[in-house]
Design a protein around this ligand. Structure first.
Ligand code: FES
Length: 130
C-alpha cells in the first residue's frame, strides 16, 4: 500500500535552535521524540515521516510540512511535543477524511509557502501562534 502523505520535520540550520524562535531540544533528541510519537500514532504505512535539512522558511522555525492527499500544509513554531502530537492527529484524520479541516490551534500555526498552505506568508509576526 502506498503512503497517503508526507510529513517533513525540519532539523536544518535554524529549526530547533533557541535563538531562532524554536525553543526545542537539540535535533537528535527532537528526532527520537518525534519518531516515538509517530510510531505511537499508528501512521506508518499511510504517512511517511522524514527529517530534512532546511525547507526554506527559516524565520518560522521548527517548521513542519505536510503533504496529505494532494494538500500542502505548512506549520510554524511546532515547539512542543503536545503540538507535534496534534500535528500527528491531524495527519491521521486527514488521511482518513479528505475534507478534514485544521483545528483552530493548528490554524494559528499555519502559513503559506512553496506549494501552497493556509495563512500568511513569512515572516509571520510572533504572537499569531499559541
Ligand atoms: S532550517 Fe528549518 S526552515 Fe530553514
Amino acid at each position: 500500500m502506498a503512503d497517503d502523505g508526507l510529513l517533513f520535520v525540519c532539523v536544518g540550520c535554524c529549526c530547533g535552535r533557541n535563538g531562532h524562535g524554536g525553543a526545542l531540544a537539540p535535533a537528535g533528541r527532537l528526532k527520537s521524540a518525534a519518531r516515538r510519537a509517530f510510531d505511537a500514532a499508528g501512521l506508518s504505512g499511510r504517512v511517511r515521516m522524514a527529517f530534512t535539512e532546511c525547507l526554506g522558511p527559516c524565520s518560522e522555525s521548527n517548521v513542519v510540512f505536510l503533504y496529505l492527499r494532494g494538500r500542502a500544509v505548512w506549520l510554524r513554531r511546532v515547539n512542543t511535543p503536545d503540538l507535534f502530537g496534534e500535528v500527528l492527529r491531524y495527519a491521521d484524520e486527514a488521511t482518513r477524511n479528505r475534507e478534514c479541516a485544521l483545528s483552530p490551534r493548528l490554524r494559528a500555526h499555519s502559513f503559506s509557502w512553496t506549494g501552497g498552505g493556509i495563512g500568511p506568508k513569512p515572516p509571520v509576526p510572533d504572537g499569531t501562534s499559541s
